[in-house]
Design a protein around this ligand. Structure first.
Ligand code: ADP
Length: 609
C-alpha cells in the first residue's frame, strides 16, 4: 500500500515537473523565436529602406536632364522621341532597373526604355497612379503595384520634370525589387509586406499574396480593385481584425493558411518607408513543438533515471539493513544451535563412554562365557578322560597285584617285566593328563599365531574318540599329507573343532549309520577345514540365526557354542560358516590363513601335537 502510494506521488511529481519543464521550454523558445523574428524583420526593414532610398533618388537626378524637357516640349518630333527612348534604354540598362519611362503632364507615356518590346508603355496613360499624382505636385513619388501592361509587380519611383517653374512631365523608374526575395530567401521565417490597409503585396507564401490581413469593407475593396494596383484579386481577409494598426501590436496571430485553416503564428512587425507599409515576420507556433517535445522527453528520461537511481539506492540501503538483521538473527541462531550442539556433543560423549563401558563389560562377559563353555566342555570330556585313565589304572592294579604275588614267589624277572609294563601304563596316563592340561591351562601368548592343523585335528579326534565309539559314530577323517600350518592358537582351534564335532554328534543321535567327516581343502594362502555330518542338517531359519548368541534348539543348550567358535576364528582373521552337506547334514567350514613353512615360524614348538 505504501509502495503504491509512493509510486503514485513520484509519478505525480514527475508529471507536474514535466509539465512545468514543457511550459517553461515553450515560453523560452517562443521568446527566443520572437526575438529572432524581431531582429530579422528589423534587419530586413533596414536593408529595404536603404534600397528604396537609393532608388528614390535616381529619378530626382535623371529628371534634371534637359533632353527630357526637349521631348516634352516637342512631343511630335520623331528624332527627339527616338533619342529619348535610346537615352532611357541606356540609363535603364546601366541602372539594371525594370523600366524607365517619361510621361507628359497628363500622365501619357511619351518615351520609355521598353519601347521596343511588346509591352511598351508608350501611349499608355498612368495619370491615375498615385506616384504620378504625387510627382505632379512636385514631390518624390513612390508606389507599389502590378504593372497594368506588363502585369509584373514592381516598385515605382517618380519625380517631376520641371520646365521653368512648371511640371512638364514625370520621369518614373520601375524596379521589380527582386532584392526583397533575395534578402528574404535567406530567412527561416515567413514574411509579408502590407500596405496601410493591410493588403499584402509581398509575401514568402504565395497564398497570402494580394490578400488582406484585415477585414476590408466592400467599398474599400472596390476602391483597391479600381486602382488596379493589385490586379484582379479577391482580397480575402486572413485574420479577424479590421484595424491594421491593432494588428501591428500583436505578438501572436491566428492566420489562415493555404487550406483556409487557422494557424497560430508568432509575429513581429516594423514599419517600412514613408507609405505606411508594414513588414511582418511570422513563425508558426508549432515550430517550437519539436524542441518542446524533445526537451520534455529528455527531462522525463532524466527524471525516470533519477527516480530509478534513487529507488535502487533506497533498495540497496533497505537490503543492507535486512541483511544486517538476518545476520544478527543468524548469529543468535548459530549461538543457540552451537549450545544445543555442545549439549548433544557432551551427551554423545557420555553415550560413548557408556558404550565403551558396556563393551568392556561385554568382553568380560564373553571371556567369562568362553571360560564357562570351556568348563562345560571339560565336563563332557572328563567322562572320556576318566574312561581312558580307568583302563590303564585297572591294568596297573592287575599288574601290581600280579607283581606282588610274583615277588612272593621270587620271580623277579617277571616282576621287572610287569614293572616296565606299569611304567608304560603310567606314561600313557601321563600322556592323557598332559592333553587335558594343555586344554585347561592358560593360553600361551607366543603360540597364538601358529598351529599345525593336522596335529590339532588328530588331538581333537583322540579326545572325542571314546564318546564317539560309545555312540556308534564313525569318524571319516581325510587329512592332507603335507605339513600344514595356519594362523591360529592351537588350543582355541582344538576347542572349536571339539565344539563342532560335539554339535555334530548331538545332531546324529537318532540317525542310522551316523558319520562325522573332517576334511581339509588347501590352497596357496588358505586352509579350509570342513566338519560335516549326515544328520538332519540345518533349515533356512536355523542357518540365519545359528551364530546368534543364545540360539539353541536343545533343551539344555546355552546357544553360545557357535557364537564363541565364530569369535575365536574371527580373532585369527578367519571365517566360520554353516552350509548344507551333500549327505543332507550340516557342513561347518573354518577358513584360516595358511602359513608357509619357514615364514613367521614360531620358535616355541613344544605346543605342537
Ligand atoms: P548349543 O549347542 O548350546 O545349542 P550352539 O551354538 O553350539 O549352542 O548351537 C546352536 C544350535 O545350532 C544348536 O542348538 C542346533 O540346533 C544347531 N546345530 C549346531 N550344529 C548342528 C549340526 N551339526 N546339525 C544340526 N544342527 C546343528
Amino acid at each position: 500500500m505504501q509502495k503504491r502510494l509512493s509510486v503514485f506521488f513520484v509519478t505525480l511529481i514527475g508529471l507536474v515537473l514535466t509539465a512545468f519543464v514543457a511550459s517553461f521550454t515553450y515560453v523560452s523558445i517562443e521568446k527566443r523565436y520572437l526575438q529572432k523574428i524581431e531582429s530579422d524583420v528589423f534587419q530586413l526593414q533596414e536593408k529595404l529602406a536603404a534600397e528604396l532610398a537609393r532608388y528614390s533618388e535616381i529619378p530626382v537626378v535623371l529628371s534634371a536632364d534637359p533632353r527630357l524637357k526637349r521631348l516634352l516640349r516637342a512631343p511630335e518630333s520623331e528624332r527627339l522621341f527616338n533619342e529619348t527612348n535610346d537615352l532611357l534604354s541606356d540609363w535603364n540598362a546601366r541602372l539594371n532597373s525594370d523600366v524607365l519611362y517619361l510621361m507628359n503632364r497628363n500622365g501619357m507615356t511619351v518615351a520609355s526604355s521598353n519601347v521596343a518590346s511588346e509591352t511598351s508603355f508608350v501611349g499608355h496613360s498612368y495619370h491615375y497612379r498615385p506616384y504620378f499624382q504625387q510627382a505632379t505636385l512636385g514631390q518624390k513619388g513612390q508606389y507599389y503595384a502590378l504593372g497594368v501592361v506588363s502585369d509584373k509587380r514592381g516598385y515605382y519611383f517618380s519625380y517631376p520634370v520641371i520646365d521653368g517653374d512648371k511640371v512638364s512631365g514625370v520621369l518614373t523608374l520601375k524596379v521589380d525589387l527582386s532584392i526583397i526575395e533575395r534578402i528574404w530567401n535567406q530567412q527561416q521565417f515567413d514574411y509579408l509586406i502590407a500596405d496601410p490597409l493591410g493588403v499584402i503585396f509581398y509575401s514568402s507564401r504565395d497564398e497570402w499574396l494580394y490578400q488582406s490581413l484585415t477585414i476590408l469593407t466592400e467599398p474599400q475593396k472596390q476602391t483597391i480593385r479600381d486602382s488596379r494596383r493589385y490586379g484582379d484579386t479577391k482580397l480575402r481577409s486572413l485574420t479577424t481584425f479590421s484595424d491594421a494598426d491593432a494588428l501591428s501590436e500583436k505578438r501572436k496571430l491566428s492566420i489562415a493558411n493555404k487550406n483556409q485553416e487557422r494557424e497560430m503564428m508568432l509575429v513581429s512587425t516594423t514599419p517600412l518607408g514613408t507609405e505606411g507599409w508594414q513588414i511582418y515576420g511570422f513563425t508558426s507556433v508549432s515550430d517550437s513543438f519539436p524542441v518542446v517535445i524533445q526537451a520534455t522527453f529528455i527531462f522525463a528520461l532524466f527524471y525516470a533515471l533519477l527516480v530509478l537511481v534513487i529507488a535502487a539506492w533506497l533498495q540497496n540501503v533497505r537490503t543492507r539493513k535486512e541483511l544486517a538483521r538476518l545476520n544478527d538473527d543468524l548469529e543468535v541462531k548459530v549461538a543457540s544451535r552451537t549450545a544445543s550442539l555442545e549439549e548433544t556433543n557432551s551427551a554423545l560423549r557420555a553415550s560413548i563412554s557408556q558404550y565403551e563401558k558396556a563393551q568392556a563389560a561385554l568382553r568380560q562377559t564373553e571371556s567369562e562365557l568362553i571360560q564357562a563353555a570351556k568348563l562345560a566342555m571339560l565336563g563332557e570330556m572328563s567322562a572320556s578322560i576318566n574312561h581312558e585313565i580307568n583302563q590303564p589304572l585297572a591294568a596297573m592294579r592287575t599288574y601290581t597285584e600280579n607283581s606282588l604275588r610274583l615277588m612272593e614267589k621270587a620271580r623277579y624277572a617277571d616282576v621287572g617285566k610287569n614293572l616296565s609294563t606299569i611304567n608304560e601304563l603310567i606314561g600313557l596316563i601321563a600322556d592323557i593328563i598332559a592333553r587335558f592340561k594343555v586344554f585347561a591351562r592358560k593360553q600361551d601368548v607366543n603360540s597364538r599365531n601358529r598351529a599345525d592343523i593336522n596335529a590339532v585335528i588328530s588331538a581333537s579326534i583322540t579326545l572325542s574318540e571314546a564318546s564317539f565309539i560309545k555312540k556308534g559314530i564313525h569318524v571319516n577323517c581325510a587329512l592332507s599329507q603335507e605339513d600344514l600350518y595356519v594362523k591360529a592358537d592351537p588350543v582355541q582351534l582344538e576347542q572349536v573343532i571339539l565344539n563342532l564335532m560335539s554339535n555334530a554328534a548331538h545332531a546324529l543321535s537318532s540317525v542310522t549309520d551316523p558319520t562325522i567327516g573332517i576334511e581339509t581343502e588347501v590352497s596357496a594362502d588358505r586352509v579350509i577345514l570342513h566338519v560335516w555330518d549326515n544328520g538332519p542338517g540345518l533349515d533356512n531359519d536355523t542357518k540365519k540365526r545359528i551364530f546368534s548368541p543364545f540360539f539353541t534348539t536343545k533343551p539344555e543348550g546355552l546357544g553360545l557354542g557357535l557364537t564363541i567358535c565364530r569369535r575365536i576364528i574371527e580373532s585369527f582373521d578367519g571365517d566360520l560358516q554353516a552350509q548344507d552337506h551333500t549327505s543332507g547334514g550340516a557342513d561347518f567350514t573354518v577358513t584360516l590363513q595358511r602359513l608357509i613353512e619357514g615364514k613367521q615360524r614360531d620358535d616355541n614348538r613344544d605346543l605342537d601335537y
